[in-house]
Ligand binder design. Sequence first.
Ligand code: F6R
Length: 606
Amino acid sequence: MCGIVAYVGPKDAAPILLEGLQRLEYRGYDSAGVVVSNKGLKMRKVKGRVADLAAAVPARFKGTLGIGHTRWATHGAPSDVNAHPHLSADERIAVVHNGIIENADELRAKLEADGAVFLSETDSEVLSHLIARTVEEADSLEEAVRGALKRVVGTYGIAVIDAQRPGEVVVARNGSPIVLGIGEKEMFAASDVAALVRYTRQVVHLEDGELAVLRADGFHTFASDARETAKEPLTVDWDAGHYDTGGYEHYLLKEISEQPETVARTLRGRLDDRFHIAHLGGLNMDARETRSFRRVKIIGCGSAYYSGQIGAQLIEELARIPADAEPASEFRYRSPVVEPDTLYVAISQSGETYDTLAAVQELKRKGGRVLGIVNTVGSAIAREVDGGLYLHAGPEVSVASTKAFTSTAVAFALLALHLGRVRDLSPADGRRVCEGLRALPGQIKEILALEPQIKELAGKYADSPSMMFVGRVRGYPVAREGAQKLKEISYVHAEAYPASELKHGPLALIGPEMPTVAIVPDDELLDKNLTTLGEIRARGGRVLMVGHRTADPKLADDCLVVPRNEIELDPILLSIPLQLFAYHAAVALGRDVDKPRNLAKSVTVE
Ligand code: F6R
């Protein structure tokens, strides 16, 4: 998704902007641009990589104020002209924009009728023209920006500079994140803290409808009605090192390999060995309230939704509360019935996924009690919910989610333990779950040690045109996530089905060309799963079984054996070999592992 960086201070802006844009590359983009102010605006923008932009920026591109952008095309193809920034006709105003302006066609028609000449096909260019119309008479740049934004319908995160006010940047947010970074006699802004952490750890998140004016000596924030707002800076505990590959070939492999520590961090300080409970102070609920819920509804998108399915199963099993998960992107559109005795849980690694945020806002409007399971501290979803748990997994840079997925499942185990122990979960079962959770980091290390075997298997199956993933009950979300990982990074078509559903249709696909990855834990459904394997093999299908034991060669061609934990927690461990399988399949096929085509790290548009 698009990225924004802005700087004002004593230093040369261009290197800071370019470095910031590089830090945002992981989010996905197709073109990039920068503009600096120094006796007029100097701009460069290119289709392609930030490295191409850096090469196009001349040595004499001086200026201590500037804005930059990485674009992910929505309106108009990726091209030099469609890249941001966009200038006004008189080259006085420059704008970068994330989000979508829904009434852009209407505004454009009006501006064109009024003599404006548009250079690009983007929706964003209307902003530079609109601001330029009023900046002359306005008392300040922020007044002109505010006036322009009043005419806009849609979502935006923007940064604006005015050649005639070379000491200030105006930024504004509505549905698309903007974070301010506070430096020593310098100010930064960006759409993601990743672009800021090299320079400062003191940040301020803008709320929807807010606008900020940045000058080298500080900042002011304003609500949409122009009233000044008071903001407390937050200290981020992620530093620039978190955004390096740390010697790994890809961020994805680094993040998969970090899971013993990231899972330990999600658990840290939250398990109580005396009462076998989980300490989750961030939920902001007392025991009476915690007991009052009769249902749990979990929402999230993509892999976050699949981890929510694992979470629903954990809550039903451990707390005996009916629970289910639904894609947030669907939930928000179907006018859901919001019940007072339902606990809603929204999941998001980034905390900025627009569909999930909009679903949370809809729930709040209808009086729903919403918890968040979020990785990014201070993100929009974290700010919107009534309470929740942070994952503490550190920034996830690779587009495909791995460590956030497992940490979310672990967070759900904690939540299930918490909900269970104020209900009927016995101390003995509480202890069993606590011990299982404590064993996870060590067991993940054992799974990571299987990498050479997994790599070999990935090489063996990677040339299949299509793969089937199956699992039953606890294994089904694992299968879904396994298929998701494989398809998004290797582009191998993959389908996930409950194993029980195979004979109701998809069995017709099974044959030598369609291998199956079967999730077969040693649980009460083992025999049923083995029967399914027999059915697949009888149709000539190859089988890779992922579970706790090796199978008769009549049932599986290959077996990947992972350590056992408690049956409720096994899905967390079973997911990890599938991440490595997808990773090595993608590498074998020569894919762009960290930035798969057409995808963005955090989807901040509808
Ligand atoms: C898949 C993946 C996506 C995200 C989804 C939600 O590997 O990363 O499916 O899980 O876009 O993102 P967050 O968790 O940031 O809300």
